[in-house]
Every structure is written in structure tokens, then in C-alpha cells.
Design a protein around this ligand. Structure first.
Ligand code: FE2
Length: 146
């Protein structure tokens, strides 16, 4: 299975549930993968932090939407330490409403003081799914409308 297909399967139904719960049910009936059970297990959200329920504040990506003359930029901040390779945020990833890749920013824990990224989504309009990946506490999903 290609990476993009995996991400769509894993995050597609569950993230859609954050926006439109009815879509998750429809998706679950037609998919061989029960994506609704993956939130809190495979990936984590504010509502479903799973085993990391004490880690929400430091791992949920905060999304600021900035409009400019050429389109939209997302400023993403994860309020997390960058303690060299011991504990840090590996990357931020932006996907569209269908979980197509838009942008990502990798972090170097020896150089980046904080996991803050600015990524353009161009003229895209709709829901963006933003992932923040911690090397110890896995992948966290938040969404915004742009
Ligand atoms: Fe962490």
C-alpha cells in the first residue's frame, strides 16, 4: 500500500468525523478498515488522546491561518520541547480535506529552538488536516478551515 493510500485510510474517516460525523459512518461501511477506532490508538486528537491523555497540550498542533496577496499560509506551532534527539517534534504535515499532501516541514532538534512552521496552502479553500509528529508521543491531528 502506498503511503498516500495508507494516510487516507488511516486519517480519512476519522478526521472527517471531526468535521462531519456522518461521513465517518458512511466511510466505515464501505472501507475494510475501521478508521473510527484508530483515533486514540494509531493517531491522537484533543478529543481522543488515548494513552497520551496527559500529553494533549504539548502535542496538539495549533494552527493560525494567515491570508496574504498570493493565498494562504498556515503558521503551525506545537508547544513542545526540542531536547536534541532525545525528545522533539520531527515534522509538521499539511493535508487537504481528502488527505492529499500539501506541505511539510521537518525539524532539526540540534538547530530548531521550537517546532514552528509556516507552510503555504496556496489558493486552496476547505478543511486542512495538520499533523504534528513527536519522536516519543506519536502523531497528533488537528484541523482548520482555510
Ligand atoms: Fe512528546
Amino acid at each position: 500500500m502506498e503511503r498516500r493510500q495508507f494516510i487516507r485510510r488511516v486519517f480519512g474517516g476519522a478526521a472527517a468525523g471531526l468535521v462531519a460525523p456522518g461521513l465517518v459512518m458512511a466511510s466505515s461501511r464501505t472501507s475494510s478498515v475501521n478508521t473510527s477506532s484508530m483515533a486514540g490508538g494509531v493517531y491522537f486528537t484533543e478529543a481522543q488522546p488515548g494513552r497520551w491523555n496527559k500529553k494533549i497540550t504539548g502535542h496538539l498542533p495549533n494552527i493560525q491561518v494567515i491570508r496574504n496577496e498570493t493565498g494562504t499560509v498556515l503558521k503551525v506551532v506545537t508547544p513542545h520541547e526540542m531536547k536534541a534527539h532525545e525528545h522533539y517534534i520531527v515534522k509538521h504535515i499539511v493535508l487537504d480535506h481528502e488527505f492529499n499532501f500539501i506541505a511539510e516541514q521537518m525539524f532539526d532538534p540540534t538547530k530548531d529552538k521550537a517546532p514552528i512552521s509556516e507552510m503555504s496552502v496556496g489558493t486552496y479553500r476547505g478543511v486542512v488536516n495538520v499533523l504534528s509528529v513527536c519522536n516519543k508521543h506519536d502523531t497528533w491531528l488537528n484541523t482548520a478551515e482555510v
